[in-house]
Design a protein around this ligand. Structure first.
Ligand SMILES: CC(C)(COP(=O)(O)OP(=O)(O)OC[C@H]1O[C@@H](n2cnc3c(N)ncnc32)[C@H](O)[C@@H]1OP(=O)(O)O)[C@@H](O)C(=O)NCCC(=O)NCCS
Length: 194
């Protein structure tokens, strides 16, 4: 092959190689940044300088994490934890836990253990006092509602004390309406129908 022929091939091939390489680099960059985005939106975000991870519990032993934590007007005692374990085993339950490394940030659970057909019950929600009023409760509750919707529920219900103003605010901001519950009149029942 003459020197001229080699130069022509070199000039023809080089741009293609360059283009393909650049294309591969771009594609892997797009894929990894999409993954990064997904994690930011779904499971991982910054909050007050903390790196908070949200995950769905897969093992009921993780419920122990809540032991003796204080909710609005009760403690996560043995009876409360036993009830959480029992409802965790129901089909389609979702128990979300948010942590900053090993430190507890928030918890929210939903399950099908409600007496009206095809409703999910938001049984527990607890945000650590350092993380309250930062949108954490809304984030977790919204994910539980989306989960119920995806599983074909008719709606979602939750209950709270007459004095629990933060929980009432949270429910109303999300779009729940007060519901006259014939089975429970010692607090407020909120319902959200899809
Ligand atoms: C109720 C609770 C879960 C709310 O969680 P949170 O992360 O602080 O709530 P968010 O920051 O997501 O707030 C959601 C909305 O409610 C409002 N809200 C929350 N707490 C409020 C408060 N103390 N006063 C006024 N409004 C409040 C917020 O302003 C926000 O509205 P916005 O979207 O217009 O900003 C939290 O206070 C908590 O864990 N309390 C102790 C446990 C408890 O009571 N659980 C419920 C048992 S039934």
């Amino acid at each position: 092959m003459s020197g001229l022929g080699a130069a022509v091939i070199f000039l023809e091939v080089l741009p293609k190689v360059w283009f393909n390489t650049a294309n591969m680099v771009m594609r892997s960059w797009v894929i990894s940044s999409e993954k990064g985005n997904f994690q930011t939106k779904q499971n991982y975000f910054h909050c007050m300088g903390n790196h908070v991870t949200i995950s769905a519990m897969t093992d009921e032993k993780e419920i122990e994490f809540l032991q003796d934590k204080q909710s609005f007007n009760y403690t996560y005692d043995k009876a409360t934890l036993d009830s959480l374990r029992e409802h965790f085993r129901l089909k389609d339950s979702l128990y979300l836990i948010a942590k900053d490394r090993k430190q507890f940030v928030a918890f929210c659970s939903t399950d099908r253990g409600w007496w009206e057909d095809n409703f999910f019950f938001i049984r527990e929600i607890l945000v650590d006092s350092k993380f309250q009023k930062l949108g954490m409760g809304k984030k977790l509750m919204t994910r539980c509602i989306e989960h119920a919707k995806k599983n074909g529920a008719t709606g979602v219900v939750t209950e709270t004390a007459f004095e629990n103003y933060p929980m009432q605010k949270l429910c109303e901001k999300i779009g729940f309406k007060k519901w006259d519950n014939p089975q429970w009149r010692t607090g407020i029942t909120y319902k959200l129908c899809f």
